[in-house]
Design a protein around this ligand. Structure first.
Ligand code: ATP
Ligand code: MG
Length: 1029
């Protein structure tokens, strides 16, 4: 995400701050290139690509682009997806190495002070942080990192060009195992500029370590080494007259070096011996010679000499002799030849250079031992080449010659590799290749190194030939041989104009990077680099382990001359070229922004010069030969696929086909691009721009689409999850239900089985088999009975039929229930009703089943009376009041003679019945004289009251018709206590009339009720038939 943001930032920056890749410039002119560099530099964008090559411009200030965060951003990200950075190149090399399992190297070039060493350190730091690592590997990693301060202290120095100028060449292999762990390292060092130990030009310093020791070393250490804490005290440190430099903090650096020495496992003895060597060189520089009378060198001041002999562990006298006499072996005897002062100084300096130079090599070897990976499994390497850059001083000597030759070689390598690589790529991809004109510096390399004809050969020849070979004779030889070489000129060979710029002892080479005038003085000596045998023998016996190691390794008995320095150097560079050619190359071209080491200054002329000699324009043209841009199909498709519906979001076919579809969709014209075997080649940058701009636009649209989609997806996912959860719960629930159901069924089966068994055994005596069933039957019958009990006493049918076991109980219950109902009923009867019922019981006892219209009369209630006292005549009332009137009813009285009907009131008192007509009591029948009462069995209302005729006043039986027959007769029978006196007769009733006469009342049934006197003199009563229910 961070990467994306940064990338987007950089892509918008692209418009404002030039172009990230020169290949994409529309014009490939020098002006366009420099203006782009300048634009970017002004915004601190110091890195710009030419394809996979990085151009880096020294900012001379710390930029916040090397943090751990930045490293993380670049880790594993496609090269072109992020703004140019040295980390991108490091990362790309690393990943290519891992995927292709082959070796790589990073060639860092540029002139002195352009930033090569800084770049190599950044890359090493990147690997240290970004590669996976174990604890074990951590120590290897630390050692690799820490080798830098140590080697810089011993091999770097302040020059006019650079305050931390590398004065040796360094090629470092970082070894990786197949997992990509950094597991080991190895350093090859190239030609240290030893002359610096004894001489520095004005404004320059010796190697940093001397100053660090004097400034930073503890008092004890300095005492031990016999040193004073004053750099000015030492001749070797003060020739440049700038021992103290503001940009360098020697004290702090000393601490770093001490710490680094510990990390790379230098024990105390080693460290001690190392500093003794360093100190011995300082003392050696202060060894002073005085002339004797003959002008021979004399060593007067013995203290410095003593310190040297002490520190190096050599005999002081031998040392003194070695520094002042040359030992010449003549047949059997040895002759000592005294030195002139100059000669003595020369020998002294030679010793100092030799000791220091050898110690430096020893140091590299020790570091290599410490970083060595002893595991023999196969490893791949990334080599970092950081060598001294091309340099031109006011006076240039043998060292500059070597350094600049080295840079020529590297330029040659670069040309070969880039051209080769490019050509191979076009061939491999089947793309037609258009050669680009470029300056090939092979001619200069040949000028220097060609066998027998090159400068080095001629120099060697001069060094070896007998006779008076001098630097000047060497120059003459050169002039002879190189007479008309276009890149070589001397005072003698030059035209008039050029001659003015040359001294007689100079020769000038027209290097790829510019003209350099070399002063031949010292060439022969430096090339010979000889130590006199007695001195050499002396140091071989040194008690200082380092010195002894260094010199005893060289075979002193071998009389053959060792190879000259230039030849050694040439050979080592040849070897280096071979090493590099076998690997895949990555390039960092460092440019110096200004000569005064100032931040923010962009010296256009200086930059233009570097752009020119570094061959950047040619490289750019080569890269663009025909096609400005190329990209692997997979990568191209991956980036731009959102631009075409057919390729977005996935292209299922071959990437090449996808790219073809994509570019067709984008409307690329046929001559704008070519399809190689694995890559697409785009001719004009504008085509890519249009695509890139479209992509930028599309990315925003896409982002919102993706966002929306993602949201939808998330919601969908949530829904799906919920649904799944619901289904799960449902399933569980159903399962639980099913299990419950199953249990229930199993239980039911058991119960039913039990039930059936019990049912079969229900008739048996109570046993375990049927007891439960019987209990159930009982309970269930009782429960059912409870809900189905008869509601009224009259309901005799509802009683539930009991099961066999409950027959008896049921009967008891039935009776109990009825009794209870009756009781409840009876208790509920009001007193009036009770009296009524009691009367009805009496009525029932008399008439039930006897008289036809009795049943319909039952529901009719009896009243207390049918005539109220107000309706009774007052006279009658007054006559019978004292007898208490109990009941009165209107009746029809039939005369005994003639049976004439007469309406009368019949009043019952306590003692007698009165027949009253208005105010007259027509007849009083005392209950005592009441003999009986007869009624018919039919539905008529005729009542015959039989009266005892003995009483004189009585006129005979009384015939009345009463509408309320049952009521009246019941009352009468109760009042008169004559229940038994009432008779129901069939057919006819005999009546006794006064004076012994008899008649009868005959009853019959007919259509109409009638009462009349029949022909036989009887009273005929016709009743209608009452339908009985
Ligand atoms: N990337 C950078 N960021 C900040 N400062 C830098 C950077 N690169 C170089 N410098 C500054 O420039 C100085 C010189 O750089 P460096 O020592 O790497 O040059 P060089 O190319 O190795 O020179 P030489 O050939 O003399 O060894 C550094 O000491 C540092 O001050
Ligand atoms: Mg350097």
């Amino acid at each position: 995400m961070q990467g994306r943001l940064d990338m987007e930032g950089a892509l918008t920056a692209r418009d404002r701050v030039g172009i990230q890749d020169f290949v994409l410039l529309d014009e490939t002119t020098e002006v366009a290139v420099i203006s782009n560099l300048k634009k970017r530099f002004s915004k601190d964008l110091i890195y710009t690509y030419i394809g996979t090559l990085i151009v880096s411009v020294n900012p001379y200030k710390d930029l916040d682009i090397y943090s751990k965060k930045q490293m993380d951003v670049y880790m594993g990200v496609n090269f072109f997806e992020l703004p140019p950075h040295i980390y991108a190149l490091a990362d790309n090399a690393y990943h290519t190495m891992l995927t292709e399992f082959n070796n790589h190297f990073i060639l860092i070039s540029g002139e002195s002070g352009a930033g090569k060493t800084e770049a190599s350190k950044k890359i090493l730091q990147y690997y240290a942080v970004s590669c996976p690592s174990t604890t074990l590997m951590n120590t290897v990693r630390d050692k690799m990192l820490m080798s830098n301060p140590v080697l810089e202290a011993f091999g770097n120095a302040k020059t006019l060009k650079n305050d931390n100028s590398s004065r040796f060449g360094k090629y470092m292999d970082i070894q990786f195992d197949s997992q990509g762990d950094a597991v080991g390292g190895h350093i090859l060092n190239y030609l240290l500029e030893k002359s610096r130990v004894v001489h520095q030009n004005h404004g320059e310093r010796n190697f940093h370590i001397f100053y660090q020791l004097v400034e930073g070393g503890s008092d004890d250490l300095l005492t031990q080494l016999g040193l004073e804490r004053d750099v000015q005290h030492y001749y070797y440190l003060t020739q440049g007259e700038c021992a103290i430099v503001s940009s360098i903090n020697d004290k702090n650096d000393w601490k770093s070096v001490k710490n680094a020495l510990q990390v790379i496992e230098f024990d105390e003895t080693n460290t001690n011996h190392l500093f003794r060597v360093v100190a011995s060189v300082l003392h050696l520089g202060n060894v002073h010679f005085d002339p004797d009378s003959k002008g021979h060198a004399l060593l007067k001041n013995n203290t410095e000499l003593k310190w040297v002999s002490d520190l190096l562990g050599v005999d002081a006298n031998n040392l003194k002799e070695g520094l002042t006499f040359r030992k010449i072996e003549a047949k059997t005897e040895q002759v000592l030849s005294p030195f002139t002062i100059d000669h003595a100084i020369y020998v002294r300096d030679a010793l100092a250079k030799a000791i220091y130079g050898q110690t430096f090599t020893w140091l590299v070897n020790r570091i290599n031992e410490s970083m060595e990976n002893k595991d023999s499994s196969r490893k791949t390497v990334i080599g970092l080449l950081d060598i001294y850059g091309f340099e031109v001083f006011y006076v240039n000597s043998f060292e500059q010659f070597c350094i600049n030759y080295c840079n020529e070689k590297l330029q040659q390598l670069f040309i070969q590799l880039t051209l080769k690589a490019e050509q191979e790529e076009y061939e491999a991809e089947g793309i037609e290749w258009e050669p680009v004109q470029f300056f090939n510096n092979k001619i200069i390399c040949d000028l220097v190194e060609e066998k027998h004809r090159g400068i080095i050969s001629i120099l060697d020849e001069e060094c070896l030939r007998p006779g008076d070979a001098t630097d000047l004779t060497f120059l003459e030889r050169l002039e002879e041989k190189m007479g008309n070489h276009p890149h070589f000129v001397t005072h003698r060979l030059a035209d008039k104009m050029t001659r003015k710029t040359l001294e007689r002892g100079d020769f000038r080479l027209l290097h790829y990077a510019g003209e350099v005038t070399y002063c031949v003085v010292g060439f022969l000596d430096k090339n010979n680099d000889l130590l006199y045998r007695n001195i050499r023998n002396l140091v071989c016996q040194s008690k200082n382990m380092i010195v002894r190691d260094c010199f005893s390794a060289v075979d002193t008995t071998n009389k053959r001359r060792p190879e000259t320095v230039a030849t050694q150097f040439k050979n080592s560079l040849q070897k280096l070229t071979e090493i590099l050619m076998a690997k895949e190359a990555w390039y960092i071209r460092c440019l110096k922004s200004n000569e005064s080491k100032q931040p923010g200054q962009f010296d256009e002329a200086l930059i233009r010069h570097q752009v020119k000699y570094l061959g950047l324009m040619e490289h750019l043209r080569v890269r663009r030969a025909g096609f400005a841009y190329r990209r692997k199909y997979e990568d191209f498709l991956k980036r731009y696929k959102p631009l075409c519906p057919a390729t977005w979001p996935h292209w299922r076919g071959m990437p090449a086909d996808g790219v073809e579809v994509l570019v067709q969709h984008l409307g690329y014209l046929p001559d704008e691009y070519k399809m190689g075997r694995t890559k697409i080649f785009i001719r004009h940058p504008r085509t890519l721009y249009a695509t890139e701009d479209a992509y930028e636009k599309c990315k925003h649209d896409l982002a919102s689409k993706l966002q929306a989609k993602y949201k939808g997806y998330k919601v969908k996912g949530e829904f799906k999850k919920q649904k799944e959860a619901a289904t799960k719960i449902e399933t569980c629930w159903r399962g639980a239900q099913a299990r419950k159901e199953k249990e229930k069924r199993a239980w039911a089966v058991k119960v039913i089985k039990k039930f059936i068994k019990a049912y079969i055994n229900r008739g048996e005596a109570k046993s375990t088999d049927n007891s439960e069933y019987l209990a159930f039957v009982r309970q269930s019958y009782l429960n059912r009975l409870k809900n189905n009990l008869p509601k009224t006493v009259l309901d005799k049918t509802t009683w539930l039929t009991p099961p066999a076991v409950l027959t008896e109980a049921s009967e008891i219950l039935r009776k109990l229930h009825y009794r209870l109902m009756v009781r409840k009923y009876v208790r509920g009867i009001p007193p009036q009703k009770k009296a009524q019922l009691q009367m009805k019981v009496v009525t029932s006892a008399i008439f039930k089943g006897k008289k036809e219209n009795y049943p319909p009369s039952i529901p009719q209630s009896f009243l207390d009376t049918r005539i109220s006292e107000q309706e009774i005549n007052i006279r009658v009332l007054s006559m019978i009041r004292n007898e208490q009137i109990k009941y009165s009813v209107p009746v029809i009285k039939y005369d005994r003679n003639g049976f004439k009907p007469r309406p009368r009131q019949l009043i019952l008192t306590k003692t007698a019945a009165y027949l009253v007509e208005e105010a007259k009591i027509k007849q009083r029948v005392s209950y005592n004289s009441l003999k009986g009462i007869s009624v018919s069995n039919l539905s008529d209302g005729i009542i015959v009251i039989h009266i005892t005729c003995e009483e004189p006043k009585q006129k005979g039986d009384l015939i009345i018709q009463c509408e309320h027959l049952y009521e009246f007769l019941t009352k009468l029978s109760i009042i008169a206590n004559k229940q038994d006196a009432i008779k129901v007769v069939q057919g006819s009733i005999t009546i006794k009339i006064q004076s012994g006469k008899e008649s009868a009342v005959d009853f019959t049934t007919g259509q109409e009720p009638m009462v009349y006197k029949a022909k036989n003199g009887h009273l005929m009563v016709v009743a209608t038939r009452t339908r009985t229910r």
